[in-house]
Write a protein that binds this ligand. Sequence first.
Ligand SMILES: [Zn+2]
Length: 330
Amino acid sequence: MLSLQPANGLFLLLLTSRISQFPKSHQKAKQVLGKFPKKKSLFGRTLKVANLLFLTISLFYSGCVFQARRPTPTPNKSPTIQKVEQEKETDAGDFLLEYGTSQKPELFEYEKYLRENKTLEKAVDRLNRSLILPQNVLIKIKECGEANSFYDSSQKQVTLCFEMIQYFEELFRQADSSKTTESYTESEESRKKAFDAMKFVFLHEISHALIDVYQLPITGNEEDAADRLSSIICLEKLGEEGVQSILAIADAFKIEAKRKPFKTRNLADEHLMQEQRAFVSLCMIYGSDPNKYSYIAKKYLPADRTQSCLSEYEKILRSWSGLLEKWQKD
Ligand SMILES: [Zn+2]
């Protein structure tokens, strides 16, 4: 699931070419030292030595946390990867599209738009022309009764809800435009941005489907991996249209984050915090081409994060390219 409140949370591919808390350990060391007796007993000296050692370790640890982790990227460098040829898998399936009719007039508007523009048909066709699938994956868009989107592994089905588009449109319309990533307050703009954000959601769910049907090894957080693959597809295959999708979803995350007080958040949730998801997405845009997207770094990213965006993007791009190589059609 994409996890966008109130509930959780087009196109491919292929990849043939491409918040901070002072470490408590330091403070804790000071507090512990203050508790020891000041008299110079052997016991006391022993404790002081132990504390000094602890403090030294703590400071060393803090130093590791604060030191610059990666070199500043060369300004004119762009991400590149080396393609490794792999034997292709057998194509035994397709992405299939199915519409569920919406009953509510306000939702029918979205269905009508998608049907008339054949947005999903084009996306599915592009997916099928690009990817080898071991089995069919159904993409169903329908009225769900809630704003959601998800992938069901047991059914091999991606479900997109019309309510999710409606949710995005209302979110952008209600937001204070001066505090968001882009300024959209007019209804037409809100609707356009809602479809842009939904495009990212679509790719996020497709990413879950690919991880499942290809049985891809994901050693980290799958939700984060799906977000990052969605961003890579947007950036590598959809150009400016893809950038607009990432900016729209980053904006949605930021608006949601402002609406939901931190103490009400579910820290056990498998998704990253909305703020983190926004920063990761924006870092991906900047890392894909630091020169072209320097304005993203200046406007939205802390300076210390921008230093790692290029190498971060290269690693993610290289990893996904390697994982998907044998599933790509020539
Ligand atoms: Zn998800």
